[in-house]
Write a new protein. Structure first.
Length: 69
């Protein structure tokens, strides 16, 4: 299966920063776009895994920025 690059430029496995509701940034790994986001009237969102907490969440793509390490 090939890598899918989407309009925002993130691809599976990219290291990213995820901004929380208080403006803090947490490390994450981009997994994939949330393809069903449009079905419910929400904005574009994506799945991100948080390595330190070993949990995943769906976040707005506007809260995701590249992380260089």
């Amino acid at each position: 299966m090939g890598e899918k690059i989407v309009a925002h430029g993130f691809k599976e496995g990219d290291k990213v920063w995820v901004e929380d509701g208080e403006g803090r940034h947490h490390p994450g790994i981009f997994v994939a776009d949330n393809e069903s986001a449009g079905w419910f009237g929400g904005g574009p969102s994506a799945y991100v895994v948080h390595p330190e907490g070993r949990q995943a969440e769906v976040v707005s793509t506007y809260r995701i920025t590249p992380r260089d390490e």
